[in-house]
Design a protein around this ligand. Structure first.
Ligand code: NOJ
Length: 534
């Protein structure tokens, strides 16, 4: 069985916003099933679904109330099984999200814990503590703003690193281990090919739950050594299946060496590369990230991954059109001036860069359509708890979660056929962004992605394997070869540059200037000669 994840192009489906099959304004599994041929034609190898479990949707489904079923608004378990089968028939693998750090306050375990009271075994599955004086047990802050503790009616406090409706689970309790082992098997037995692990670094907390003393240093709830034991357990479960079932970890960690520890041979298969996502559009910085990524992954023989956007971050078309093109949660930019024309040109170049780098690549739904962040959503329609918990200081993540435009000239742009307004409103300007209007237009983002993904399958150098930087490049140019013949050149400088000697241009992200590569443009080509690596 091939190690398929090592070079897979994985498409992220945020179910609520992908396609609405039953016409109630919210995306669902029927919508996804109807669009599987679109994804097959796009040329992806796998789909990663954001959480599809029953959920009160306080945090877009990352507040799970039952890990063994499907959110009724999305469909049924039987439908998920059909979807998995249909995707497999099209050669598409399925990865689903698992959320082991916390559950919903409507999960039966948490309801039982509240009812059972202090000192009960039910409370031992969570982090219930008495307060310090009138206040919470320690100074930990929720990642969504405010204290990480909320008081239960009987006076005890419970820990939630995210919203107060997402109580943290206690991984020192064997019952929690057993439950998740069983949940993994439940879905593996239904054919899922892998799991994306939410907050993969966060499950283990420092004994005694000490105060955070340095908010910029190591936190007592992130990346503790004990977390690796959990993934060794999980890996044994995945490996007990005859075909290859995989894990991809979500860890935002500053230290590439600590990051790579999760990718040791008996732990996770891969993890999202957020250093690449966060990196500004700058050749030197990008090259540093690529080199550091490959250097960190090599000793553990794990494939790198390359990610530009997801459901938590500002869409990169918008980011790349700003003066500051980087991304950071701590310093998320809101409505900073952007040129979507510039952002789109760079996003096109970034797509060719991303899909040419060694390893796996993630595509967030709508990125293949060149969608920008929707920054002018009315406050009263925003649903992200980040917005409410920070009292609007952080505008939150709704702007990258607006439902996709498929066809037609006006909302809902084929998102459904009933005309029901989508759960978040789509901009009036998206008529030219629909799948329908981009299909067949060689200058469109969609056709660029289709061509690139097709070439990714036919060009032998692409996907997993070595990368060699081409020597003697002008400042601001990233140029590398993958197997001697194939080369990718990206011009991030402010002027056109000469193309290296080549026999064939395979694909360009924008019009070339004769034999020159304009600024913010990328090209894939076959080289005339095999150069020595730098
Ligand atoms: C990371 C997920 O990507 C994000 O959407 C979610 O809010 C947090 N984890 C908490 O589950």
């Amino acid at each position: 069985m091939s190690e398929w994840w090592r070079d897979a192009a994985i498409y992220q489906v945020y179910v609520r916003s992908f396609a609405d099959g039953d016409g109630d304004g919210t995306g669902d599994l029927a919508g996804v099933r109807s669009r599987l041929p679109y994804l097959a034609e796009l040329g992806i190898d796998a789909i990663w679904f954001n959480p599809w479990y029953p959920s009160p949707m306080d945090d877009g489904g990352y507040d799970v109330s039952d890990f063994r079923d499907i959110e009724p608004v999305f469909g049924t378990l039987a439908e998920a099984e059909k979807l998995i089968q249909e995707a497999h028939n099209l050669g598409i693998r399925i990865i689903i999200d698992i959320v082991p750090n916390h559950c919903s306050d409507e999960h039966p375990w948490f309801k039982a814990a509240l009812a059972a009271g202090p000192g009960s075994v039910e409370r031992e599955r969570f982090w219930f503590r008495d307060g310090r004086g009138d206040g919470p047990p320690n100074n930990w802050q929720s990642r969504f703003g405010g204290s990480a503790w909320t008081q239960a009616p009987d006076g005890q406090w419970f820990l939630h690193l995210y919203s107060s409706r997402q109580p943290d689970l206690n991984w020192t309790n064997p019952a929690v281990h057993e439950e998740f082992a069983d949940v993994l098997r439940f879905w593996f037995n239904r054919g899922v090919d892998g799991f994306r692990i939410d907050v993969a670094d966060g499950l283990v907390k420092e004994p005694g739950l000490p105060d955070v003393t340095d908010p910029n240093g190591r936190l007592p709830y992130s990346d503790l050594d004990g977390v690796h034991e959990i993934y060794r357990e999980w890996r044994r479960i995945a490996d007990s299946y005859p075909d290859k079932r995989v894990f991809v970890g979500e860890m935002w960690l500053p230290d590439p060496q600590r990051f790579a520890m999760y990718l040791r041979q008996d732990e996770l298969h891969s993890a999202f590369n957020f250093d690449f996502l966060s990196c500004p559009w700058d050749a030197t910085r990008l090259r540093q990230v690529v080199d550091a990524t490959l250097a960190a992954h090599a000793p553990v023989n794990a494939p790198a991954t390359w990610v530009l956007s997801n459901h938590d971050v500002t869409r990169h078309v918008t980011r790349y059109g700003r003066a500051d093109t980087s991304f950071s949660f701590a310093d998320r930019q809101h409505q900073a001036p952007t040129s979507l024309e510039l952002g789109t040109r760079r996003a096109r170049a970034a797509a060719l860069l991303t899909l040419a780098l060694p390893g796996g690549a993630y595509i967030y739904q709508g990125e293949e359509l060149g969608l920008p962040e929707v920054e002018d959503l009315p406050d009263e329609l925003r649903q992200d708890p980040v917005f409410t918990r920070t009292k609007g200081t952080d505008i939150g993540r709704d702007g990258c979660r607006v439902p996709l435009p498929w066809s037609g000239d006006a909302p809902p742009y084929g998102f459904n056929t009933t005309g029901t307004p989508p759960w978040l409103p789509q901009p009036a300007t998206w008529a030219s962004s629909t799948v329908e209007s981009q299909t067949g237009d060689p200058a469109s983002m969609l056709e660029l992605y289709r061509s690139a993904l097709q070439l990714r399958r036919t060009e032998p150098g692409l996907g997993d394997g070595p990368l060699d930087w081409l020597p003697h490049q002008p400042n601001g140019v990233l140029a590398f070869t993958r197997d001697g013949a194939f080369a990718c050149v990206v011009n991030l400088s402010d002027q056109p540059v000469d193309l290296p000697p080549h026999t064939e241009i395979l694909l360009a992200s924008g019009p070339l200037d004769g034999a020159r590569l304009p600024r913010d443009t990328a090209v894939w080509l076959h080289q005339a000669t095999t150069p020595s690596s730098s």
